[in-house]
Design a protein around this ligand. Sequence first.
Ligand code: A2P
Length: 311
Amino acid sequence: MTAAEDLRFPDVDLNIYSKNNPVDVPILKSEIATRASSPNIIRHIVFDLSGTELEGRFVAGQSIGILPPGLNEKGKPHVLRLYSICSPSFGEDGQGRQYATTVKRLIGEHWDTQQLFTGVCSNYLSSLRPGDMVKVTGPSGKRFILPEQPEQFNYVFFATGTGIAPFRGMVMELMKRGNKKNIALVFGSPYRTDLLYDSFFRGLDERESWFHYLPTISRENPRTDGSRPYVQSQLTDRADLLKPILERDDTLIYVCGLKGMETGIIQGLAANGLHQYLKYKEELSGDPIGWDEQTIRRSIKPSGRMFLEVY
Ligand code: A2P
């Protein structure tokens, strides 16, 4: 039996505080997480959970719930929003008292009315200052976490944008456990200025032979065929690095970010003969890169070695 077939996941705490029973906690820090020249506003926000039942209870990959104050257009309280924590289980402070998340201010324009819209919860959170109180719930999620004895596996992590959050926590967790197996982190951003936690990942890549950081910038230099570099393009463009890791029996794939990645990564895995990460309900023919989203959704699911959190 290979290690990946013998996967077990730890029991984790869930909903110690729920939406009907949230807890008020202070914001400890709120820092810009992109380079200064980025037009996007993405913050690293640290919550102080000291003295609550949440101390030491999150594991990397779980989410914290936020209840923004106020009412929606129907006069009902705003619904709970979930944000992935970007901290390891021991927190930002090493004691499990401070956990952080990575929040992008959602600002846009309604294409039909030309009116500005702003995301309710992301703007609320992004405006909070140290000392301000916020109602939180959690922990949430038990499917997008590291397995038991996580240092026994290799990982290929695919992230776009703030989908990097759980992988920061997971990488820190694996480092603390003395990881020596391969971790490849493929991170997609529109521009270099939008890369998150870039100096941390770059430094780790330089220091540790087991860590491979593949920033993938979509809007600067196109690929040789003129297409945008996306995280899934690296399955082909950096097959020299990724294929030997992915072909091992003890490797797991985690994917977090935009929904469109799911189709692209499944196409890329199939095109590279990496069928062990896929479960086929029916046989498909032709070039996998041409399989459309509907066909993939109908016919292919991730196998027990691939975990997705896409939105
Ligand atoms: P694009 O330049 O086409 O928008 P952010 O969340 O910071 O905007 O970053 C998302 C990143 O994911 C961008 O580089 C974006 O590229 C890229 N992206 C968009 N669609 C897909 C897709 N279907 N598969 C993989 N990556 C995608």
